[in-house]
Design a protein around this ligand. Sequence first.
Ligand SMILES: [Zn+2]
Length: 307
Amino acid sequence: VRPFLIVLGSLLVLSCISCRAGDKGGAGSEKLQIVTTTGMVADLARVIGGDYVEVEALMGAGVDPHLYKASPGDINKLSSADAVLYSGLHLEGKMADVLEQVGRRIPVLAVTESVPKDKLLTDQINPQYPDPHIWFDMSLWAETIQPVADFLKKELPEHADEIQANADEYKATMAALHEETLSEMKKVPEARRVLITAHDAFRYFGRAYGIEVLGIQGISTESEAGLKEINNLVDVIVKRGVKAVFVETSVSQKNIQALIEGAKQRGADVKIGGSLFSDAMGAEGTSEGTYPGMIRHNVSQIVGGLQ
Ligand SMILES: [Zn+2]
């Protein structure tokens, strides 16, 4: 590990000498090159940075951030960026060392850094850690907007006013999306508001929008689901007449299939209600490849499946 970090360190020094030259985002000059981990964070940077940034997410559609390790190509991208944004709260667990190294050379921000700790849920399996999936409570994810704006304003002081205007607009979008989700979820009869998914990515969603959330695996997809957990969930499906369970684009369907089989053996009629984006957004260039599009997709799948 050590020689690797030394190589990484020298790469960073070299690239930063070249990349810091010139004013970023000025008329006719290069845009601020931002590298992010997840698509949700890339969306924040793109919307708030607007015309003055160029953003690349390392983790594309279907990629699981809990398990993601930086490739040599990623390290190149990180080290030649002008700035790096990541989600934080241990979401990118296997990238902690790399992000720390990069942070010594270029500006790095964990976008969740200033979200008040008392608003966070704790990880069910490792209670010393917070649950990182806060992007599913729009009122909470909205709290990452101003820190990102402040960070970008520091990098692009000549465009501070435009960046703040973009941020204010995004706050309004987020507030509207929050209200829209609240009213959509009310379409599901209260008794049927049970969301069963492959891993515990939706506890903030459940708390914010009034639906009980049960995941087969713990919060991190690193832990294997036990037969016992599956049987407990089969009990819930049978007793409460749950009509649908949901797969996730970034998590294997294996456990959800086992759950459906188990429930069918006990006479329950349960189907896959749809595929949810949990820790990764949809493909770039599609509606689901934006944060509001991803949320709307999930909400329509949940409401449609459980109604
Ligand atoms: Zn997750």
